[in-house]
Design a protein around this ligand. Structure first.
Ligand code: 5MM
Length: 339
């Protein structure tokens, strides 16, 4: 796949009014989510839950792509149709999480490095043959006493760039996800400082690795106050700080920025995206690639009960629609009640 074809896929993922559903929770993460609704994390329950999401009528109006996990890309709908086909038939692009999770960064207490580069070149063609057209790799940066260190940011940026280059070689659009966590008591100013350093080093590495930025997407955190910070930045402040940081660090060659929600409530994530898209035209599309902010209401409505599937689908469609409106800066809190 040449750069033009990669760019076409990247642009389709940030088409107007649409965003990405991150349904790539690894086994330990989905177990945690299911525990919250007292559903055992069996393979069949995981399949049934993803089936519920991917067969929601009308979702393709607001969802451009879905990120799958290794197990999920091998599963299918109740009638046996592979999930990748279920999505493709709706015009939704399947994607795949290819990192293998975070591990402690030796010698740097409290910091993490994402693993999964070994053997990655060999794994990518199979994902592509199964229908994936984009991939995702998440790096995690924590803010705390004396961290993040420059070394941790550089190590993670280097891994992100190696991953991105290998994806493009295999004909997959890499979503580059450096997440500065919102855990802790740091201020919004500290989050802006760290996010600026992280994004600057990530783009330096992507450039050094000769990654074609036109065929990539960025999945960053928003610039927010730490969850435990006594002073919480309001919606306009988050929107301005996030857009300012992105304008300073992200080259205009990147087609789109698809935010993670990172522990924000579904409503906060929508309000922040809406406020950013109300600030005027930016060099890149500003969209979403939410996991929890799209799925929390669905899990609560479902609770593992077959009889609740229609209500859970309705909750998913509603949340997707609100985020679709936020893509245009046309969301309003009154729309929350409409379900
Ligand atoms: C940060 O997590 C990503 C976005 O989800 P949120 O919107 O909930 O923050 C998400 O794609 C994440 O990478 C996947 O859920 C996989 O997570 P794990 O921890 O299983 O690798």
């Amino acid at each position: 796949m040449n750069t033009g074809e990669l760019e076409a896929v990247a642009r389709s993922l940030v088409a107007p009014g649409k965003g990405i559903l991150a349904a790539d929770e690894s086994a330990p993460t989905i177990e945690k989510r299911f525990k919250g609704i007292e559903v055992p994390s069996t393979e069949e329950n995981r399949r049934a839950y993803r089936d519920l999401l991917f067969t929601t009528p009308g979702m393709s109006e607001f969802i451009s792509g879905v990120i799958l996990y290794d197990e999920t890309i091998r599963q299918g709908s109740a009638d046996g149709t592979p999930f990748t086909k279920v999505l493709e038939r709706q015009g939704i692009v399947p994607g795949i999480k290819v990192d293998e999770g975070t591990k402690a960064l030796t010698g740097f207490p409290g910091e993490k490095i994402t693993e999964g580069l070994d053997g990655l070149r060999g794994r990518l063609p199979e994902y592509r043959s199964r229908g994936a057209r984009f991939a995702k790799w998440r790096a995690v940066i924590d803010i705390g006493d004396g961290i993040p260190t420059r070394y941790c940011i550089e190590a993670n940026a280097h891994a992100l760039a190696r991953y991105a280059a290998l994806c493009q070689e295999a004909g997959l659009v890499p979503i580059v996800e450096p997440e500065v966590l919102m855990d802790g008591g740091h201020t919004v100013e500290r989050c802006e400082e760290v996010t600026t350093e992280v994004l600057s080093l990530v783009y330096a590495q992507l450039t050094a690795h000769r990654v074609a930025l036109e065929g990539t997407l960025l999945k960053p955190n928003m610039v927010v106050s730490g969850k435990l910070c006594p002073v919480q930045a309001g919606v306009p402040q988050v929107a301005e700080a996030t857009v300012r940081t992105l304008r300073r660090c992200v080259p205009p060659a990147v087609p789109g920025i698809v935010f993670l929600s990172g522990g924000q409530t579904p409503r906060q994530a929508t309000e922040h995206l809406n406020a950013m898209n109300s600030l005027g035209k930016q060099p890149w599309e500003l969209s979403f690639s939410y996991g929890r902010a799209l799925q929390d209401p669905v899990l609560k409505a479902w609770k593992g009960k077959a009889a609740s599937v229609p209500a859970a689908k309705e909750a998913f469609l509603h949340r997707s629609k609100l985020n679709g409106a936020a893509r245009y800066g046309k969301y309003s809190p009154a729309m929350e009640e409409a379900v």
